[in-house]
Design a protein around this ligand. Structure first.
Ligand code: AMP
Length: 456
């Protein structure tokens, strides 16, 4: 299947060519023709499979083909995409801008954590497609700022995650404002029973598309477990990262506080890390993500919810600093690596109290994860991690090319990009560390969810 086979408009084909896509991914090959025909769709696909384009392209195609039925009466919201997190919403908005750059359509994203005013303005200025998280969308519906009465296409993205996050009541409420006569595209990485039940209530005789991507990806991920006591995990992480030739790593912790502690521990070892979690402002999160994408941040320490939807191709290592309480979260976590056909490593630090979580994960992935001995020398720290310097709220350190992190084994080997690492050795923990903020590269990353029409 080629993009030419879908019968897309020149405007969309040009945008696809600009993105550099040559062939559709499996989910795109299957979903785009069905969605263009106006049928409902139930798609099982992970982030990384190309599913955003699999729904964004047909939404753009169908809306432009039909023309605006409200001509002369201003713009109405004609398509709604509901997604679990602001990061994902912002990424989806960027995709609509990219694929819809040559169409006359306007787009807006609405999500919490940023002031409402910019989003209100975007809606007042008119948006054909709105991408929203359930909570903020419900707020705006209650304030009568958003009108969903003319929705033609509804997309639910990462439905399983939205239910995990407790959004079911909001979703049900939102549905009551959307016309029944509509097309619905429903995507979920996993299909547990509660997701299936929701899909059954929303979809009308859907085409079912199941892309085997998670399995294919998992084959390229080297998974292993280190048995490490909870108190030693911070130092162990430093030794582990020092022994690996890593490009970019994402470390998952269960709590926000835990994430901040890990960041402090890594910085003490001169490993440049940033945390991303719900206590951070949206602009701080976006800056961190931009820095991680640009490889200026080497290690991203994240809680599960904040990390959802992060789509960065160059992550070589995933570290489960804490094992997740839900086994399917493990699958989501390790799927951050081995993107775009690359290989990746996923290691789990398992305290003896976490053995039951490990067993649940093994049941979920249907295989035993090898418990391995570290190949590096590990000396647990004697002192507790108390005397760490307080962390500045959004510190960024200037990156100096060709420096390495704590004694890696194979410096300069393939996979580690020069310039990934911070200047080392210039500060110690008791000093007030001075960081330089880098300028986030323009364009890419959402700016608070407000409306950005093409060319803004
Ligand atoms: P998604 O699953 O939508 O998050 O997409 C994952 C990544 O694949 C993104 O970086 C997309 O830009 C990229 N992508 C999507 N479709 C294609 C395609 N047909 N060819 C190459 N890359 C693609």
């Amino acid at each position: 299947m080629k993009f030419e086979d879908f019968g897309l408009s020149t405007a969309i084909m040009q945008a696809i060519a600009t993105k550099g896509y040559v062939t559709p991914t499996p989910i795109q090959s299957q979903a785009i023709p069905v969605a263009i025909r106006g049928e409902d769709l139930l798609g099982s696909a992970e982030t990384g499979s190309g599913k955003t384009a699999a729904f964004a392209i047909p939404v753009l195609h169908n809306l432009t083909e039909k023309g605006n039925p409200a001509k002369g009466q201003g713009r109405r919201i004609r398509a709604l995409v509901i997604a679990p997190t602001r990061e994902l919403s912002s990424q989806i908005l960027d995709s609509f801008y990219a694929y819809g750059a040559n169409t006359p359509l306007k787009f807006a994203a609405i999500y919490g954590g940023v002031p409402q005013s910019g989003q209100e303005r975007a809606l007042r200025n008119g948006a054909d497609v709105v991408i929203a998280t359930p909570g903020r969308l419900m707020d705006l519906i209650n304030q009568r700022i958003v009108d969903l009465g003319h929705i033609e296409i509804l997309v639910l993205d990462e439905a399983d995650r939205m239910l995990d996050m407790g959004f079911l009541p909001d979703i049900r409420k939102i549905m009551s404002y959307i016309p029944k006569a509509r097309q619905t595209l429903f995507f979920s990485a996993t299909m547990p029973r509660n997701v299936q039940v929701l899909a059954d209530t929303l979809l009308n005789n859907p085409a079912r598309i199941n892309v085997e991507q998670p399995k294919g990806t998992a084959d390229r991920i080297e998974q292993s477990v280190f048995m490490v006591s909870q108190k030693d995990k911070g130092s162990f992480l430093v030794s582990y990262l020092g022994s690996e030739s890593f490009n970019s790593a994402i470390v998952f912790t269960r709590t926000r506080h835990g994430a901040d502690k890990v960041v402090m521990r890594l910085r003490r070892a001169k490993i440049y890390a940033e945390a991303i979690h719900g206590d951070k402002s949206q602009s701080a999160r976006q800056r961190t993500l931009d820095g991680f994408r640009n490889r200026q941040v080497n290690v991203l320490v994240a809680t599960d919810i904040a990390a959802r939807g992060i789509d960065v191709d160059h992550i070589t290592h995933v570290v489960n600093f804490d094992l997740p309480r839900e086994a399917d979260t493990y699958v989501h976590r390790i799927g951050r690596t081995a993107r775009a056909g690359a290989k990746g490593k996923a290691v789990s630090f398992c305290d003896s109290s976490e053995r039951s979580l490990l067993r649940a994960i093994e049941k979920m992935v249907n295989k035993k994860l090898p418990v391995v001995q570290p190949k590096f020398e590990f000396v647990p720290e004697a002192a507790p991690e108390k005397s760490e310097a307080p962390m500045r709220s959004e510190p960024y350190r200037k990156v100096t090319p060709s420096r390495q992190v704590a004694a890696p084994r194979s410096s300069g080997s393939s996979g580690s990009a020069p310039g990934d690492y911070p200047r080392r050795g210039s500060k110690n923990k008791s000093q007030k560390t001075k960081y330089n903020k880098f300028k986030s590269s323009g364009g890419g990353g959402g700016n608070g969810g407000g409306h950005r029409s093409s060319g803004d």
